[in-house]
Design a protein around this ligand. Structure first.
Ligand code: NAD
Length: 454
């Protein structure tokens, strides 16, 4: 066992994390850290991903502050035992459900939102009363180094440990006696994580990626649609797990939508500094190699290879088997495919079904019935009507995937539940006993039991 695991276990066993006061104090310290060290976080995010300061605050620093404040406000209520009904045949027992900490949680995070996707799970872990080992991504080096420096300074240092490094470090941690894994990253890596966790029966939540479709039918205000899609797609240079991955659009709307999208991109991302860069050479090569397979460029397409920059790029494609439709793009390229049959909803569903179940599905249409049809007939982790991405900011609904896009959920109360063991309990009294349940059973007692149970 590593020394950090031993120390975390000792601290957890001291029961210090059980109290509301301790948890509240840690959440307050985390919020204070993000406010006091805002400049340092903005610098780190600029170094790692070229994010400008406003984007860094909105999508990472402010995002976590908002979530931590929400969790802190509701925590006392969430921590309570809640009474549950008890069957009559268990009289005079009563029942309760109580969230309890799991113990040591391991939080493994990716590079694309290195502050948000490390600290948002940490908020849930603290709220649920756990101690945590954090394994940030080795590709967001500046943020990883900053978290390593700051977290033990602000939080109770006995309750949190950070391990920097790559896959080998993560695999070693999965062989430690830990109690829960919260993994955010790719589906391919998740399979390694799940295999290692299964060996020790460690429960886990997997927040993964995938191709999130964006459907457009029968809509009048195409300018609003274009603005929402441009924002959701090109924020963080498309390196967002729930970015619209591709657009499926009713044929008649294709051309006007392309024009509206071009204008929206020009408004929101007027120069190279208004959008971040790709994380590294490997991803730059992976993304750019998806282009040049017969698509028509609507806007963008230029690159600055030495800065790993790709212009916001929109392309029209005719072939549902184009390379852009095969794997998660995870970069600033948006392919648009038109739907040509007279049943575009069913046609869209067949195209979506060619890929694993998506993390999110977005539908833009004026007719609520059409939106409801997609909601009910297309499987996806989350669903949004007439918007994209914004569900991530909503702490009142669970965020998570299904199938290859993830297992389990996070954010707000869902995050608190994920990091808790919900203990179902029954409480009885020894003051008296009702002996009906003990054999042998008389005819009348057995009839009574049949009535109560049947
Ligand atoms: P990744 O899977 O390569 O890495 C994630 C983490 O796993 C890193 O900390 C890395 O060090 C570790 N890791 C990598 N290989 C490992 C192995 N073999 N064994 C153990 N650990 C290993 O993911 P990434 O490239 O950092 O992030 C991009 C992916 O994450 C995209 O697919 C994206 O959709 C997904 N993502 C999902 C969400 C979500 O909330 N659902 C959010 C952001 C990103």
């Amino acid at each position: 066992m590593l020394e950090i695991t031993k120390q975390l276990r000792e601290f957890f066993n001291s029961d210090a994390t059980l109290s509301y006061a301790w948890r509240k104090k840690q959440l307050t310290a985390l919020i204070r850290m993000l406010n006091e060290e805002r400049d340092a976080f903005e610098d780190a995010l600029y170094n790692d991903l070229g994010k400008n300061a406003k984007e860094a605050w909105l999508t990472e620093i402010g995002f976590v502050i908002h979530e931590a404040k929400y969790v802190r406000r509701h925590l006392r209520f969430w921590m309570h035992s809640h009474c549950r009904l008890t069957p009559l045949f268990c009289f005079p027992s009563w029942s309760s459900m109580t969230p309890q900490p799991r113990g040591i949680s391991l939080i493994i995070s990716p590079w694309n939102y290195p502050v948000q996707l490390t600290l948002s799970p940490l908020v849930a872990s603290i709220a649920a009363g756990n101690v945590a080992i954090i394994k940030p991504s080795e590709f967001a080096t500046a943020t990883s180094a900053l978290l390593t420096k700051l977290l033990p300074k602000y939080l109770d240092p006995k309750s949190v440990a950070i391990v920097e490094g790559g896959a080998d470090k993560t695999q070693a941690l999965l062989h430690e006696p830990i109690d829960f894994v919260f993994f955010t990253g790719s589906t391919a890596t998740a399979k390694h994580i799940a295999r290692s966790a299964a060996d020790a029966l460690i429960p886990y939540v997997l927040e993964l990626g995938g191709k999130s479709p964006t459907l457009i039918f029968d809509v009048k205000n195409l300018n609003a649609v274009a603005d929402r899609i441009a924002f959701a797609k090109f924020t963080n240079a498309g390196q967002t797990c729930v970015a619209p991955d591709y657009v499926l659009i009713e044929q008649d709307l294709l051309e006007p939508f392309c024009e509206a999208l071009k204008a929206a991109i020009a408004r929101q991302f007027p120069d190279k500094n208004s959008m971040g860069h790709i994380i590294n050479q490997r991803h730059f090569d992976r993304i750019t190699q998806m282009l040049g397979h017969g698509e028509t460029v609507v806007t963008g397409g230029n690159t600055i290879p030495e800065e790993w920059r790709i212009e916001p790029t929109v392309v029209k494609i005719n072939d549902p088997d184009h390379p852009l439709m095969k794997e998660e793009i995870f970069g600033p390229i948006l392919p648009i495919l038109s739907l040509n049959t007279n049943d575009p909803k069913s046609e869209a569903r067949e195209i979506i079904k060619k890929n694993p179940t998506p993390l999110a599905c977005y539908v833009f249409c004026d007719n609520k019935k059409d939106a409801r049809w997609i909601h009910d007939h297309v499987l996806s982790g989350n669903f949004v009507h007439n918007d994209a991405l914004m569900h991530v900011t909503n702490v009142h609904i669970p965020f998570g995937g299904i199938g290859m896009s993830g297992q389990g959920a996070s954010h707000g109360y869902a995050g608190f539940q994920a990091f808790s063991h919900i203990k179902g309990s029954m409480w009885n009294t020894n003051a008296f006993d009702i002996n009906l349940r003990y054999p042998p059973y008389s005819f009348r007692v057995f009839k009574l039991m049949e009535w109560l149970l049947g």
